[in-house]
Ligand binder design. Structure first.
Ligand code: GAP
Length: 458
């Protein structure tokens, strides 16, 4: 059965995963809050990423930089000039469009790229000429009557100090990566690492997206998990392959997204970001189509060189073995945490004859064990079992409704194990563990319970 985005969004709202932000004030469009289960799910994926790429590797380090950096960072990195979308308005119906997007849709529809299209999607004049030559119509009113293209910068502006004039403009970071570049000399010096090594960051980034949407897929505020992996120039192709394999392993063997829902697609030369020599996207097949969850880019020495020239500081690396100084190349696996959360939810959403549930991998599931008291007189024992389990796992306790209704609730939240106890079991110091996917029920001693659950989470 095909999965419907509306059903997944409803389940997320009803079961406290993700819901509209500022709801009491009528919502701010395309802004979402993660509720108690969504936060735990996100936390688990973030922690798995840290475990795989920081804890288990000896060649990476985690840092945590400011969201607002010196505005000169964004001038040097090229974001002030390059990080923009080409926008135009339809003069008839006033709809606003991204010129490059309209052209892509046109090319897809007619399966051709006429001779007059030079293929440079960053040059507004070329875009305007192509749209006019091909008479590409406004998708809303079907006229071809547009304003000139204006470039709309995607960085969110804010103001520091006491005035709000241009001298106090600052930006919320549009990517975490510049923190790693700007801090490279200090981290390299203080950690005394030899190449190759990676500097990683997990945190919020902000973009004034023109077309946010598809639930939490494209938002103006989102979390990134990025590694800047510094290598000797010439070794970059080898490490590009290493990080391709590592990224694929993370998505399919750690978060357990279905292999058939992941593909790796090369970005065309004319669509490469300004800093990159080569880039590939990992795409996930969401119910609304194949879309990017991660970009893997070879950023060359672009960023370090740009900061060296703008700041006048030495950003090079000294290779003591070969007595050589040079600017390293950078391989960057950049994942969007919210997009992986959404992929995990879509992948896990399962409809069977009698029930709908989230078949999340137990390591990713927000709540590992749900304790369901059945017999009221065993109250004290329940509290003991809860406290025994909560030493090792995130658990919850639910005493409302019939046990079948409670199972149905737990299934929708993706809880892999539910624990119940009845009077017969109680006499023998046993509990019953019910498994989410098979719905099998297994009797386990209270003493062995934590080990049993831990085994099931491996
Ligand atoms: N440092 C490189 C960089 O930022 P990117 O492809 O622009 O590259 C990396 O972003 C990842 O961040 C994307 O693959 C995506 O998962 C996530 N991302 C980017 N913009 C986003 C948005 N508006 N909403 C949610 N996630 C976003």
């Amino acid at each position: 059965m095909t999965k419907n985005m509306k059903d997944i969004v409803n389940l997320c709202a009803n079961r406290w995963f993700v819901y509209p932000w500022s709801e009491i004030y009528g919502w701010l469009a395309n802004s979402w809050d993660y509720g108690p289960y969504g936060s735990l799910l996100k936390d688990n994926i973030r922690n798995l990423w840290k475990k795989e790429f920081i804890q288990k590797r000896s060649d990476t380090m985690l840092i945590d930089c400011s969201l607002i950096m010196n505005p000169k960072v964004w001038e040097a990195s090229g974001h002030v000039w390059w990080f923009s979308d080409p926008l135009m308005d339809c003069k008839d119906c006033k709809a606003r469009w991204r010129a490059d997007k309209i052209i892509d849709d046109h090319i897809l529809k007619w399966a051709k790229e006429p001779d007059n299209y030079a293929g440079d999607k960053t040059d507004s004049k070329i875009l305007e000429e192509y749209i006019s030559a091909e008479k590409i119509i406004c998708p809303d009113c079907w006229k071809c009557n547009y304003t000139d293209i204006r470039r709309f910068n995607l960085m969110l502006k804010t103001y520091l100090w006491v005035t709000d004039d241009s001298s106090s403009v600052a930006y919320l970071r549009p990517e975490t990566a510049q923190g790693q570049f700007v801090d490279f000399p200090q981290v390299a010096r203080s950690s005394r690492r030899k190449l190759p090594f990676g500097i990683a960051q997990v945190g919020k980034s902000f973009r004034n997206e023109i077309t946010p949407g598809n639930f939490i897929f494209r938002t103006r505020e989102f979390e990134q998990m990025e590694i800047e992996f510094f290598v000797t120039p010439g070794n970059d192709d080898e490490y590009f392959k290493v990080w391709k394999d590592e990224s694929e392993r993370f998505l399919t063997k750690i978060v357990w997204l279905a292999q058939e829902n992941i593909r790796f697609v090369e970005i065309k030369k004319d669509e490469l970001p300004h800093y990159s020599k080569q880039a590939w996207d990992f795409e996930y097949q969401y119910p609304f189509g194949w879309w990017e969850v991660e970009t893997l880019a070879n950023r060359t020495d672009y960023d370090l060189k740009a900061h060296m020239s703008a700041s006048g500081q030495d950003m090079s690396y000294f290779d003591a073995v070969n007595n050589k100084k040079f600017i390293p190349y950078v391989i960057e696996p950049a994942m969007g945490l919210g997009r992986i959360v959404l992929a995990a939810l879509c992948d896990a959403y399962t409809i069977e004859e009698e029930r709908t549930y989230l078949k999340l991998d137990p390591k990713v599931a927000p709540i590992k064990v749900w304790v369901l008291p059945i017999v009221k007189k065993l109250w004290d024992l329940w509290k003991e079992i809860y406290s025994q389990l909560s030493e090792d796992f995130i658990c919850e306790y639910d005493e409302v409704g019939s046990v079948w209704k409670r199972y149905a609730r737990m299934d929708e939240i993706g809880t892999p194990f539910c624990v119940t106890i009845d009077s017969d079991n109680y006499d023998a110091w046993n509990v019953t563990v019910r498994h989410r996917d098979s719905m099998e029920r297994v009797v386990v001693t209270i003493k062995e319970l934590n080990n049993y659950i831990a085994e099931g989470l491996k």
